[in-house]
Design a protein around this ligand. Sequence first.
Ligand SMILES: Cc1cc2nc3c(=O)[nH]c(=O)nc-3n(C[C@H](O)[C@H](O)[C@H](O)COP(=O)(O)OP(=O)(O)OC[C@H]3O[C@@H](n4cnc5c(N)ncnc54)[C@H](O)[C@@H]3O)c2cc1C
Ligand SMILES: *[C@@H]1O[C@H](CO)[C@@H](O)[C@H](O)[C@H]1NC(C)=O
Ligand SMILES: *[C@@H]1O[C@H](CO)[C@@H](O)[C@H](O)[C@H]1NC(C)=O
Ligand SMILES: *[C@@H]1O[C@H](CO)[C@@H](O)[C@H](O)[C@H]1NC(C)=O
Ligand SMILES: *[C@@H]1O[C@H](CO)[C@@H](O)[C@H](O)[C@H]1NC(C)=O
Ligand SMILES: *[C@@H]1O[C@H](CO)[C@@H](O)[C@H](O)[C@H]1NC(C)=O
Length: 549
Amino acid sequence: MKIRVLILFAGCLGSLITATHTLQTDQAILYSNFADRPSVKRVAVIGAGSAGSSAAHYLRKYSDDLAMPINITIFERNAYIGGRSTTVNAYDDPLKPVELGASIFVEVNRNLVQAAKEFNLSTSSLSHVRTRLGNDAPILGVWNGKEFVVTQSAGNSWWNNAKLLWKYGLAPIRTMRLMRGTVSKFFSMYDEPCFPFADLTQVAYDLGLTAVTAVTGEQYLREHGIADLFAREIIQASTRVNYAQNLPLIHGLETMVCMATDGAMAVEGGNWQMFEGMVQASRADVRLQTQVTALDELENGTYLVRSVATDSATAAQDRQEELFDTIILAAPYQFSNITINSPLAHVPDKIPYVTLHVTLFASPHLLSPAAFNLPPGQAVPQIILTTLPADEPASARPDGVGSPGFFSISLLQPTTNDRHSPPRPEYLYKIFSPDRVNATFLSRILGLDRTSDLAEDDDDDELVAADDVSWLYRKVWQSYPYEYPRVTFEKLRLSGARRGNGIWYTAGIESLISTMETSSLMGMNVARLIADEWVEEGEEEEKVRGLWR
Ligand SMILES: Cc1cc2nc3c(=O)[nH]c(=O)nc-3n(C[C@H](O)[C@H](O)[C@H](O)COP(=O)(O)OP(=O)(O)OC[C@H]3O[C@@H](n4cnc5c(N)ncnc54)[C@H](O)[C@@H]3O)c2cc1C
Ligand SMILES: *[C@@H]1O[C@H](CO)[C@@H](O)[C@H](O)[C@H]1NC(C)=O
Ligand SMILES: *[C@@H]1O[C@H](CO)[C@@H](O)[C@H](O)[C@H]1NC(C)=O
Ligand SMILES: *[C@@H]1O[C@H](CO)[C@@H](O)[C@H](O)[C@H]1NC(C)=O
Ligand SMILES: *[C@@H]1O[C@H](CO)[C@@H](O)[C@H](O)[C@H]1NC(C)=O
Ligand SMILES: *[C@@H]1O[C@H](CO)[C@@H](O)[C@H](O)[C@H]1NC(C)=O
């Protein structure tokens, strides 16, 4: 037993110090025993996505355990909670929400699964969603711009599908083993002694993850004897739909994360409800449509937060300046438009993010077989992933999209257009692409020769679609970083030295793994680091008090 503990500690040296300062009941008692309790800690959380919501939620939990009074304020510039996890309503009908950003998580995502349970949210498994169409369409196909190189009909996992084993030999099994080995290292980040980690670079190194982020997916797979054919046709299809990146660019760890699909699920009605649940449970003062513009570190170590609230009805702006002890910046710094005025500040590097066009639309038409070089009458796969042809270099364009021209087209579900008279059955689609989807493209994939009906309207830049495309919604995201191989990651603390004070930063984890779960882990981790420092502060004050007794 002792030996096991020792090994664990050796594997995570960076966390040795903090692991000895974990929250315990006697420390909670210690706090409540203070004659004059520490003043209320004022915490500002900037951003109500997965990271900010989780930071607020867990900070409230930890401070409740310590019986410590805190006051959390969440600033969010959008009018909604969830950040890159959000839904829009098909046909503007609130009964038909569709995920516009992050759509799936998996059973090993501990924080999200826990949140769905805690807030009584129903989840639906993705294999269930995919089998609703009921015609003979394959569920999934991988298109290379000329042909489908793979199609899959049953809802099996990618690694135990007999047809794939026949075609690729041992590669699926090897990939599955490699994925499980690699991804399991990551789970140590949730538990002592690694958790909480004060330094992302160190913990990634200690857990052996740096060896996997230092190389491209292509290199990592070759090193482990996974044949190029399987890598290109299956794994790259997955890195493209999940991260809009090809194997010669994306690092090995994020490549493995793409293959960890077991138990894929989504919260019915929208994943953002997990984050709304967390925000409510945090009892924070929530300021929507309020953008933080500057953080000023004052001489006494407190921070002045400048914000602008915009009234959506009148567009009137309300500027405020408030003091906080602790700031959690839970958004990529480069997109936050915040000026940090602190002599000690570490400013996160600007890193390239993917610009992803998400296009949602409804149509009475199925996808056209001709658009995918299939004979007339043959059903097109419900989910079209893409890869590059064998003879096409991956670097043909900076975005890597290559000859397919898009990353994925999914028929999400059959639906009903109630705005049509009489209501008629339609299909709901989602496209991921590096460019704006235009009328020519849409009419081609839907097999319409009536391009004129789909003419672009120059005035509002929207598609005039009439009968063929009854509803359309566009969103351009800075969706995730280009996951270039790297071995160092942004600091968690941008400013401030001790006692939980300072500016903490969550988005550095996106260069390691960019998902809702990892952002949540980072929010939880930062919350724990802050709470642990408050405990240390309490212990120091207790010692000083002891000297004077
Ligand atoms: C199209 C798409 C598909 C994806 N698919 C998946 C998926 O299937 N599964 C998955 O796990 N992940 C997926 N992701 C990634 C996932 O969405 C992100 O990794 C995760 O949601 C990031 O959470 P976050 O809290 O770190 O950042 P964000 O969600 O970006 O939250 C940051 C918040 O901060 C706010 N903010 C920024 N600056 C300020 C300011 N100055 N003042 C006030 N507020 C500010 C922003 O408005 C935003 O709400 C996808 C992303 C996209 C775009
Ligand atoms: C918490 O802080 C906010 C912002 O400073 C303030 O408006 C609010 O009154 C405080 N609430 C409590 C309970 O102290
Ligand atoms: C979830 O459901 C349980 C049992 O029905 C209930 O006790 C609990 O209060 C609910 N929680 C929330 C957050 O609604
Ligand atoms: C810190 O300094 C500011 C500005 O001088 C002041 O308003 C605030 O009360 C001080 N806070 C503390 C905790 O001393
Ligand atoms: C942030 O700043 C950039 C560049 O100055 C600008 O294009 C963008 O609109 C700003 N975003 C917000 C939300 O203020
Ligand atoms: C429409 O999109 C296609 C595919 O992205 C592109 O090749 C074509 O140039 C675009 N046409 C116009 C008129 O923008």
